[in-house]
Design a protein around this ligand. Structure first.
Ligand code: ADP
Ligand code: NA
Length: 340
């Protein structure tokens, strides 16, 4: 049996937002009691699209600050940045040789991110899911909390683990590693708002890279900015429905109710029990109060932490040292198994 271990990551690409918070970081926090957790700032993923070096370094510290401000304990669990543990890249190369081209061709996120300019995106953007599989499997992690947008990538990681175990099955046994070397990592995707949508367009996910700042609530937004963005959030003219199925054809309403539910630890049905039949203006005021109460202290703490780069860097250095011990152990075995 594999030790139950959680791995997940966030890219340091600026503008950490409510989607990252509800879809990822709050889940990371909740898992700390029951698992050994490894939370990674995935700076190598970030450079699959161009990053200004100084902004990248700042964003790496900012994500680290967000982890800590949201309640991740870097003494108990491992917090580090990907580029400091070379084994991620080493295992990713092996996985480049395990994964099939056809598998990567099916990845919808690549299609979205590459857009029409497919000939001119980096090879890294295409191979990104293989590196993500290496991130997880270099720690032989069993559980991965992610937003729904990452589900397909996690399935690919499972396929890679399985193909490695099959292709090298005899060698795994000969070297005394049992029947299976890599576990099949399980996604942890649960609760409302695992996919937070843009405040301007209910068909697009809330994203760091959206050109409109009004599309997202950033974790460092102050109370005024949060209030303005929620008041301007797109809605429709109907009052709120009193039952959940009334949200189905109304993506913007569904999104705001989902956000309220997630921030208050309620179900959407409970939120509609309270606000159903009422006007959006009333609901939005309550959502502003809730969002400011939840996010205000986090943003303030992040700003404080970012002003102490020596402390942040010491957290990352210590986390990297601890991560490297586990990753090196895996890579030593992988080298035996592959025949290096
Ligand atoms: P982004 O997609 O904004 O570039 P990342 O790729 O760094 O952010 O994602 C970090 C984590 O946040 C992932 O686990 C991802 O699933 C989650 N996440 C990102 N955007 C959203 C969203 N709009 N709703 C829910 N979760 C999200
Ligand atoms: Na993403």
């Amino acid at each position: 049996a594999f030790k139950e271990r959680v791995f997940s990551g966030v890219q340091p690409t600026g503008n950490l937002h409510l989607g990252n918070y509800l879809g990822a970081i709050t889940k990371f926090v909740a898992l700390q009691d029951n698992y050994d957790c490894i939370y990674c700032v995935v700076d190598m993923h970030a450079i699959t699209v161009w990053q200004e070096p100084r902004e990248l370094a700042h964003a790496t510290r900012e994500v680290t600050a967000a982890f800590i401000a949201c309640g991740i304990d870097p003494k108990k669990h491992i917090v580090f940045n990907q580029s400091q543990v070379a084994e991620h890249a080493e295992l990713a190369w092996v996985f480049n040789c395990v994964a099939r081209l056809g598998w990567l061709n099916r990845m919808t996120q690549f299609k979205e991110k590459a857009g029409k300019d497919r000939e001119n995106v980096s090879v890294g953007l295409y191979a990104y899911p293989n590196l993500m599989a290496a991130d997880i499997l270099v720690y032989r992690a069993t559980h991965v909390p992610v937003g729904e947008d990452q589900k397909q990538h996690l399935e690919l990681a499972r396929d890679i683990a399985q193909k490695f175990n099959n292709d090298y099955g005899a060698s795994i046994q000969n070297h005394g590693y049992g029947d299976m070397f890599f576990p099949q990592p399980e996604p942890i995707i649960q609760g409302p708002a695992t996919r937070v949508m843009s405040l301007r367009d209910g068909a697009k996910k809330m994203s760091k890279s959206d050109a409109s700042d009004y599309s997202r609530i950033n974790l460092t937004d102050d109370a005024d900015a949060i209030a303005q963005k929620i008041r301007k959030a797109k809605t429709d003219p109907e009052p709120l429905p009193s039952e959940e199925k009334g949200l189905e054809p109304r993506p913007e309403a569904d999104n705001l109710v989902g956000i309220y539910a997630a921030l208050s630890d309620k179900t959407k049905a409970q939120v509609l029990g309270e606000f159903g039949g009422g006007q959006f203006s009333t609901f939005k005021s309550a959502l502003v109060d809730l969002a400011v109460a939840k996010l205000g202290p986090i943003g303030a703490e992040m700003k404080k932490l970012v002003q102490d780069p020596v402390y942040i860097d010491s957290v990352l250095a210590e986390g990297s040292d601890r991560a490297r011990v586990i990753a090196a152990d895996t890579m030593k075995a992988v080298k035996d198994i592959v025949g290096f």
